[in-house]
Design a binder for this molecule. Structure first.
Ligand code: FAD
Ligand code: NAP
Length: 601
């Protein structure tokens, strides 16, 4: 018997097996001498059901059939029984199905009762946990699988996904460390006297943050157990449209079937693909638990992750350079993005604009060591070199969809970016497979968006709800040292959609009261709303650069959901003295060119 080495022969045989399964009501892969096979064949005879029997010991490439059946179903032994394209299993499972009445349902074409679970969720991050807990609370039998593939440097973490472990939570806490540094400087002006030299201890900060994260990981496990969600710390991939293979960290394989699936596998940081990047650089996946202070750091990239990380590293006193390929915060209002960047620059962050790295070399090993970065101008042939202790690559994230067997389930992905297209009910092209969170094509990559989509999906699937996730006017905040909150359209987009003549922009600089005593950042904070003149000056864009941007933006997000107009903002009485009150008193339009400096309260 020739081994199935050649891909073409193997694929051909697999297609033959699949065709047998697809075109026969019952297929039994059997061995003529096996008593269990005889028992199963006798059962079908007794039931008067015609079955197509493949006696593997009678054909030359029987062992190859068995190898492929193992790959396709997780079962190598015979009998291996398929009914109406569904893999039922061996003799015991067939007999049990007969006893339970499930066999008859399968023969009638109703497979839903035979699956291990009602719902399997792949990915235990923001979206996956929300969806699985909601489905279980609605009485469904649910499994969630979550597995973290270690980074090239070996960093790994617990249950909860990106947000909890290597995203929002450690990021906001480290941002807070930076904010406290500034507050300490302000404190002296408010009368606080402290003699000692103030310095920051990286190890203390990371230990405290990671201990908090550990408690969150544990809390998620308990919540899953309390809700009776079966959690498996294994990597999942489809082997059939209704069946996944789960491999744990010891390499042990298990197979599970479900009526429906939700893909919530998230994204992981992209590397540059230049010499030395994977060997010597870190990403945000490594940064938050780095066991040593990164020292002089080069951040490559200019979006959310890059500017936030660069911002807090500078905030705790490190020497930080951000390498920008083109613009800051692509997709955001550029006026706001540049103001956030200017504030960083004025507070010590260096920007290397219009450069891309081409090579990273190690000069010295260590914690941190020393790296040489060679970069090229995007506007010419100029090549520059720089030395840093740490290089943080923050050039975007790739959807984790390429190794989860989507081809075996028939799920279409956008081959250019690995994203999964879904309809407005988060359903993929395969009706029983749904997708939520960061892997979705053209949607916001934010934790509350993934949570909302997951929860609403479970309610639609299992509670008769028809409420869909609304991806419009999602408020968000970039936690740069001067925070930037926004909701709705950027000025560029508003002009593109409605025309300059139909947009009224109201704006104002402002000076938070708290900044006056330390005398810092005078008239640096900025607020702006974009109103649609064709629609009663409805607010279609909200932008705020100032302290506590998330807290300020959240409420205005609700106001925009309610269709707030400029007049309604004007009729709202402000809370004094706050930063947010600026939105109730904005009078100067951008088109007037009037003075927007704030001179008093
Ligand atoms: P994830 O949370 O990424 O979860 C996916 C999970 O699936 C992961 O645990 C992954 O290991 C697991 N997995 C993948 N493949 C498999 C498989 N085959 N089998 C089993 N498990 C698998 N958003 C905000 O709203 N606010 C912020 O301030 C914010 N800050 C951020 C800061 C950083 C540095 C980063 C990187 C992101 C930040 N985000 C923020 C974005 C936010 O973290 C994501 O939008 C959110 O986590 C997406 O949730 P998700 O469920 O789609 O995926
Ligand atoms: P991103 O938004 O995709 O931005 C990637 C950045 O890297 C861009 O500045 C891009 O520059 C640059 N870049 C790409 N390839 C490069 C290369 N080869 N060399 C140099 N620069 C390169 O990615 P992200 O910042 O990782 O964020 C991912 C998602 O996470 C975001 O969409 C966001 O939704 C979410 N997130 C949210 C928060 C929050 O809510 N506060 C925080 C962090 C992340 P160009 O502009 O030139 O392409």
């Amino acid at each position: 018997m020739p081994p199935i080495e050649k891909d073409s022969g193997r694929n051909e045989l697999k297609l033959r097996i699949q065709e047998l399964i697809d075109t026969n009501q019952v297929v039994v892969f059997s061995k003529s001498y096996c008593p269990y096979c005889v028992k199963v064949k006798d059962l079908f005879k007794e039931l008067n059901v015609k079955c197509n029997v493949v006696e593997l010991d009678h054909i030359e490439d029987g062992p190859n059939y068995q190898e492929l059946l193992l790959e396709m179903t997780g079962q190598k032994t015979v009998p291996s029984v398929f009914i109406n394209k569904t893999h039922l299993g061996g003799c015991d499972k067939t007999m049990k199905a007969h006893k339970d009445g499930v066999l008859q349902q399968l023969l009638n074409g109703d497979a839903s009762e035979t699956y291990d679970y009602d719902l399997i969720v792949i990915g235990g991050g923001s979206g996956g946990l929300a969806c699985s807990k909601e489905a279980a609370a609605l009485g469904k039998k649910v499994m969630v699988l979550d597995y973290v593939v270690p980074t090239p440097r070996g960093t790994t973490w617990g249950l909860g996904g990106t947000c909890v472990n290597v995203g929002c939570i450690p990021k906001k806490l480290m941002h807070q460390a930076g904010v406290l540094g500034t507050s300490m400087q302000d404190a002296r002006k408010f009368g606080w006297e402290f003699e000692e030299t103030v310095k920051h201890n990286w190890e203390t900060m990371t230990a405290a943050i990671n201990s908090y994260i550990g408690s969150l990981n544990w809390g998620y496990r308990v919540a899953l157990r309390d809700k009776s969600v079966n959690y498996d710390n294994s990597y999942a991939s489809f082997v059939e449209p209704h069946k996944i293979k789960a491999v744990n960290k010891r390499g042990k394989e298990k197979f599970h079937t479900a009526d429906k699936f939700v893909l919530a596998t998230g994204e992981r940081p992209r590397y540059l693909g230049i010499p030395g990047d994977k060997e010597f650089c870190i990403t945000s996946d490594d940064l938050f638990s780095l066991p040593y202070c990164p020292g002089k750091t080069l951040v490559i990239g200019a979006s959310y992750v890059a500017l936030e990380c660069g911002g807090f590293l500078a905030g705790i006193g490190l020497d930080v350079t951000v390498m920008v390929r083109s613009i800051l915060l692509r997709g955001f209002d550029q006026d706001m993005a540049n103001r956030a960047g200017k504030h960083m620059e004025e507070h010590g962050v260096k920007f290397l604009r219009k450069y891309v790295p081409v090579k990273i070399e190690q000069l010295e090993a260590g914690t941190p060591g020393k790296l040489k970065v060679t970069s090229r101008s995007t506007e010419g042939d100029e090549v520059i070199e720089g030395e840093y202790n740490t290089v943080l690559v923050a050039v975007g994230r790739d959807a984790c969809t390429d190794k989860i067997g989507l081809d075996k389930a028939g799920v279409k992905v956008n081959t250019k970016n690995g994203k999964v297209p879904v309809n407005d009910e988060e359903q993929t092209n395969v009706p029983h497979i749904y997708a939520i969170g960061d892997i979705l094509e053209g949607k916001w990559e934010l934790t509350p968006v993934a949570i909302q989509a997951g929860r609403l999906l479970a309610r639609r699937l299992y509670a008769g709800s028809n409420i869909k996730c609304d991806y419009v006017n999602v408020p968000t905040t970039v936690f740069t040292p001067m925070e930037y909150g926004s909701c709705g359209l950027s000025e560029e987009k508003a002009v593109e959609l409605y025309g300059q003549e139909n947009i009224e922009v109201y704006h104002s600089l402002f000076w938070p009261l708290e900044f006056t005593i330390p005398n810092r950042d005078n008239n640096t904070c900025y607020s702006k709303i974009l109103c649609n003149k064709l629609d009663n000056e409805r607010v279609i864009g909200f932008h705020y650069l100032g302290p506590n941007a998330g807290e300020v933006t959240q409420g205005f997000g609700t106001a925009m959901k309610c269709g707030a107009t400029k007049e309604q903002l004007d009729n709202t009485i402000g809370i004094h003295p706050t930063c947010a009150e600026i939105f109730t008193t904005m009078e100067v339009t951008k088109s007037s060119g009037g003075d927007i400096k704030q001179s008093g309260c």
